[in-house]
Design a binder for this molecule. Structure first.
Ligand code: NAD
Length: 470
């Protein structure tokens, strides 16, 4: 597949193979762009700015709906490509497609709601006799840099609000899984003027870095790891930056919890997309009194998962993004075992597959739970009290989302108030998001929020216009 720059499809001398992590087969190749091509994309995105600014909100909204319609018509085909490049079960890919369609619809609606407010200057000293109002204006060019795990929906969470508020976009899709995003951008290009959406492929450390450092880009909207996010925040200069980064989300199970419900929360939260989810359940903090019963039930449910060909509709656990990624998870789990943790089920790797693994007796200082483990692992940390549960939940550099299972409302409210995370769900695991909610973490999990309306706030600037009527 080729890059898309200024409405034209562009290739490069060097190309990179995109492989199916399930069987190693080459799905397609994509260009490895040079920096000159990145500059061309920047030039084209800047040239196209006026075409969007001059377009009415009504027209932009309708065009986004047209793209939505085309994506709906091609839902199955997109889902298949997503499964081939990411290795996630086809049913999960179909859910990602449904959410992508929803995200686009939300952006089409939001395109009609971008306006300012009147400001009572007479409430300030010497303000009498003035009339003032604000306008929300596009920033200009937004660079969208996205990760491999939910490539389509996470990229739409950047492109769609950016266009809704009249910014042009340069997309740098994930190196491991760029195809679904590239195919989606073709649909956008059919609707919008040349240069409104540009796609450039290549290495993040070169192309991504070039976009981050360019003074001709107005905003970096990044989703990915903390390591890359920190680098971006240091290099972006004065441009606006949104960083949606990694998570190490706790799932707290208190002694009065509905255990079946909590177990279901872990199955959905720790093993979805083979555990490669930013808001995945990565630390299960369980009160000692119920820990044995909880662990036994969790093992029973975990063993029901079906590992297999991701295109097969009965598969519930697919591969990781690569064999290398699976090996990393294997090493981290093996190290925890050496330090005294106990595998209750799973723990084996086969190529890019890693079994759904429940691991008990995990201590809060083990690497497995100090860093973000991006794989299908459910580590149980046993605690003696609510106080200790909150302390362990907060003992991390991350703060994306959290889940608490309890039937005690005062304990629930203590957790909600005291756990340092962008979202705390009561009786639901952290691995839950609707595409309209404000989404974004505290601490090293990020800066800024997404969820169309909130992304639009971060992709516009406010101008005040004051009239002296004295
Ligand atoms: P990554 O940081 O390795 O890569 C993300 C993107 O950044 C890719 O497109 C990559 O090519 C690009 N990139 C790499 N180096 C760059 C540089 N120096 N400058 C600019 N861009 C560069 O992340 P990943 O491995 O693809 O994704 C997994 C991570 O993403 C996990 O930590 C996960 O938790 C996080 N994530 C966060 C969210 C969220 O919304 N908070 C959602 C999904 C994933």
């Amino acid at each position: 597949m080729d890059m898309l720059i200024g409405g034209k499809y562009v290739t490069a001398e060097d190309t990179e193979e995109v492989k199916n992590p399930y069987d190693g087969q080459v799905i397609d190749t994509v260009p490895i762009a040079h920096l000159q091509t990145a500059q061309l994309a920047i030039d084209e995105a800047n040239k196209a700015k006026s075409s969007l600014v001059e377009m009415s909100a009504f027209k932009i909204s309708n065009k986004l709906l047209n793209v939505c319609e085309k994506l709906t018509q091609n839902r199955e085909e997109f889902a298949k490509l997503l499964t081939l490049e990411v290795g996630k079960p086809i049913n999960e890919s179909l859910v990602e497609l449904d959410r992508s369609i929803e995200t686009l619809k939300l952006a089409a609606e939001e395109a009609k709601r971008i306006y300012g407010e009147s400001v009572p200057l007479d409430a300030g000293l010497n303000g009498k006799g003035f009339f003032a109002f604000t306008q929300r204006l596009p920033l200009g060019v937004v660079a969208a840099i996205t990760p491999f795990n939910y490539p389509l929906n996470l990229t739409i969470h950047k492109i769609a609000p950016a266009i809704a508020c009249k910014n042009t976009v340069i997309v740098k899709p994930p190196t491991e899984a760029p195809l679904t995003v590239m195919k989606f951008c073709e649909l956008l290009n059919e609707e919008f003027p040349d240069g409104v959406v540009n796609v450039i492929t290549g290495y993040g450390s070169e192309i991504g870095d070039y976009l981050v450092c360019s003074p001709e880009i107005d905003k970096i909207s990044f989703t990915g790891s903390v390591t890359t996010g920190l680098m971006i925040s240091q290099k972006a200069g004065m441009k606006k930056v949104t960083l949606e980064l990694g998570g190490n989300d706790p799932l707290v199970v208190l002694k009065d919890a509905d255990i079946e419900k909590a177990v279901k929360g872990v199955i959905n939260g720790a093993f979805l997309n083979a555990g490669q989810v930013c808001m995945g359940v990565k630390r299960i903090i369980v009160e000692e009194e119920i820990a044995d019963e909880f662990a036994k039930k969790l093992v029973g449910e975990t063993e029901k998962l079906v590992m297999g060909n991701p295109l097969d509709k009965t598969t519930t656990l697919g591969t990781l993004i690569s064999e290398k990624a699976a090996m990393q998870v294997e090493q981290t789990v093996d190290m925890a075992v050496k330090e005294g943790a106990k595998i209750l089920t799973g723990g084996k790797r086969e190529g890019a597959f890693y079994e759904a693994t429940v691991i008990d007796n995990v201590k809060p200082d083990m690497d497995l739970v100090v860093n973000e483990t991006f794989g299908p692992v459910a580590p149980i940390i046993r605690v003696k009290s609510l106080d200790e549960a909150i302390e362990v939940a907060n003992d991390t550099e991350y703060g994306l989302q959290a889940g608490v299972f309890t039937s005690d409302y005062s304990a629930a409210m203590r957790c909600a108030n005291e756990i340092e995370a962008g979202t705390v769900f009561i009786n639901k695991q952290s691995t839950f998001r609707t595409d309209n909610m404000p989404f974004g973490g505290f601490k090293n999990s990020g800066v800024g929020k997404e969820g169309i309306k909130y992304a639009v706030e971060e992709m516009t600037k406010t101008k005040l216009i004051g009239l002296n009527l004295r």
